[in-house]
Each structure stands twice: as C-alpha cells, then as structure tokens.
Write a protein that binds this ligand. Structure first.
Ligand SMILES: [Zn+2]
Length: 378
C-alpha cells in the first residue's frame, strides 16, 4: 500500500569534465503515476503516436505529433529529452569543463524518500547547480508546496450486520473524522497562505481565486469492511496534507491530530491511529538568483519566448535539491493541461520533448563550459 516493497533502484551517472567544476545535477524521475484500470482509449503502455490530440494543442506543436501512454508527460518525456540532449553533445564531440551528474530517481510520485532524497542525503549527489526535469514548458518552476502523507485507521467491533446496534462500526467512525477533516481544510487551511512575489500560480488556480501558496488537504483513499452483512471493525484511509513553505511538520501534525481529537471529544467510542508515511517539504527559490536569471535567458534563446516563473501546489523532487542539497534549482518539463498527467489518456507533444532537449543541452554547455570553438565562435 505504501508502495515501498522490495529494493528500490536509482540511476546515477557522472560525466567528468576537464576541470571538475562547477557541477550541475540534472534530475528526472523514472517512476510514474499508477495506471487506472478503465477509461483509457489507448494502450497505456503502447507508446502510440498520433498527429493530433483531441484533448488540446500544445503551444509548441509544429506537426511532430503526440505520443500516448502512462508517464509520457510525467516523467518519461523528460527522461527522453535528457538522453537526447546528451546524445547530441556526445555526437558533436562537446568536451565539458565541469562535471555533469545525472539521476533517474525512483519513487518521486510517492515522496521520493528512497529516490532523490536518499541520493542527496547520503551525499551520492552533490552539485553547485540543479535542474529538475519535471513540470512543463509553460513556466520555470521555483516554488512548491510540501506535503505529508498520513495513514488514518479507525477501529470498531465486528458483529452481524443485521444487529449493528451490538457492534461498533469503524466506517461510521471514519465518516465522522472525514466530516471534521473536510470542515478543517475548507474553513481553516484554505485561509492559510503564503505570497510568492514574482512567481505565478497555475491559471486554473487563479481562476478559483487561489493567488498564493495555500495549505490543502485531500482524503485520497478509503477502505474498510468485508460485506454488507458484517459490521466493519477496521477502516483506513490515506490523507495528503499540502503544506505551505514555512509550516513545520510538528505543528502541522499536532494540528491534524487535534482535529481528530475534537471528534473523539464527542464520541468516546472512537478509537484511531495516525501514522505518518512520509513528509516532503516545500520550497521557494528566489527569482533574482543569478543562476535562475541565467537559466531564464537560455530558455528564452531556445523557445524564443520568455517563460514566467511559476509555483505549484503539487511537488517534484526539487525539494531535495534545494532544501537538502543547497542547490539553486528550477524545474521544467513537458506537457500541459492537454496532457492528462496522472489521468487516463496521458499524451504529450513530441515537439515539446525536442524543445526541452535543446534547453538541457544548452544549459549543460553554458553552465559547465566548453572550449570547443565551433559552438562559441568569436
Ligand atoms: Zn513528475
């Protein structure tokens, strides 16, 4: 259920430059969101290519078509862009001065603890600059919310379902908790915000009045009971709590538990447990940082348009680069609203992958330096 069974695999590669510095860490994740059983109109692992997408048009579409399947926009397209960028540098014989570190991280979708979190905390990956290939080509990602995954379990007493008066129903108990959690997030958390000057949030959020990073909560799964004729003695659910940068884990956890304690105060039979699955912190990178300003220039050179600095209420592995690795960093990727990321019929414009490849190649050359004359004729 936690998705952490068996060994985890990360991919780490290092190109040693002539001087060995500076160092640039380019990161992408190799896991994907789960594949829904129904609702796909294509084979989610088929890699089909079509001319158009019925879900919309990419602003970078120059006729290269759309590729379909789970992960094409998140984050396989980004992995492919990285591979093609390196392939191009290799074919052109570019020799770099600084070191390039590449990682393909596992487990991003479930928090990245065993993925990039592990690689950075163990000191396997250390760099002066970072880029996280995850996101889109609509903005340069500089800020994200954190999140904590909670497992909440309620306990009851089984009985024959036609005599429920003699049992304690764990699903009923969980329902009370969920009414309280729903009230808590809509009336308390939605008012907890942090402004991020110079950084835009997605238009879908601005349209519903969310202009700042905002604390949130999602009841993501629920399961309990075996059949209608039995009073369930156990119910469990996963709750994801979106944290704004600056909210501390301890305060957030204590507040979460106090909401459930509030229910318990009105129901002496309520028995529950709360477990923390994992925590990912939020971050805000300054748009004024020289590395960020330089990267924005490189992106503009390739795309011929200036991308805004953006923030997200979701998250990427970039928190490990910024908070644990101390790297100035931004995130960029492929796909847009038409891409159905994490949903059925995920697709992405192949031209976006090409554009991202060019950006990565140019960033690597500019940041790590190359004396090859042909690329920088005087
Ligand atoms: Zn992703």
């Amino acid at each position: 259920m936690m998705g952490l069974e068996g060994p985890r695999s990360n991919v780490v590669a290092r190109y040693r430059g002539k001087r060995g510095r500076p160092t640039l860490h380019v990161s992408a994740h190799i896991d994907t969101a789960a594949i829904q059983e129904g609702g796909w109109t294509v084979d989610p692992l088929g890699g089909e290519v079509t001319r158009e997408s019925p879900y919309g048009v990419s602003p970078y579409d120059r006729g290269g078509g759309y590729i379909w399947g789970r992960g094409v926009s998140d984050d396989k397209g980004e992995c492919v862009a990285l591979v093609f960028a390196l392939e191009a540098l290799h074919e052109l014989g570019v020799e770099l001065e600084g070191d390039l570190i590449l990682t393909g991280n596992c487990d991003e979708e479930i928090g990245g603890v065993a993925g990039l979190g592990y690689l950075i905390r163990e000191g396997i990956v250390k760099a002066d600059y970072g880029v996280q290939l995850d996101g889109s080509l609509t903005g340069i990602g500089l800020a994200a919310q954190g999140r904590t995954r909670f497992m909440v379990c309620t306990f009851g007493r089984s009985y024959h379902g036609q005599l429920p008066i003699l049992g304690v129903n764990a699903i009923e108990k969980m329902s009370k908790i969920n009414v309280a959690l729903n009230d808590y997030w809509r009336n308390v958390l939605l008012r907890r915000q942090r402004a991020v000057p110079g950084i835009e949030l997605p238009s879908a959020l601005r349209e519903v009045g969310i202009e700042k990073l905002t604390a949130m909560l999602n009841i993501g799964t629920i399961r309990g009971g075996v059949q209608g004729a039995t009073v369930p003695d156990r119910c469990e659910e996963e709750v994801l709590r979106g944290m704004i940068p600056g909210e501390t884990f301890e305060d957030m956890r204590d507040e979460f538990i106090s909401v459930i304690e509030g229910v318990k105060a009105t129901d002496a039979d309520l028995e529950y447990e709360v477990e923390v699955i994992n925590v990912r912190e939020g971050y805000v990178m300054s748009p004024e940082h020289p590395y960020i300003q330089g990267a924005r220039g490189i992106i503009k050179e390739v795309l011929d348009r200036e991308l805004p600095f953006t923030g997200t209420l979701a998250s990427t592995d970039m928190n490990y680069q910024v908070n644990d690795g101390g790297m100035p960093c931004f995130n960029l990727g492929v796909g847009g609203p038409y891409s159905n990321g994490h949903k059925q019929d995920e697709n992405v414009a192949i031209d976006e992958i090409v554009e991202l490849s060019k950006i990565v190649a140019l960033l690597v050359m500019r940041k790590l330096g190359t004396k090859n004359r042909r690329f920088f004729p005087s």
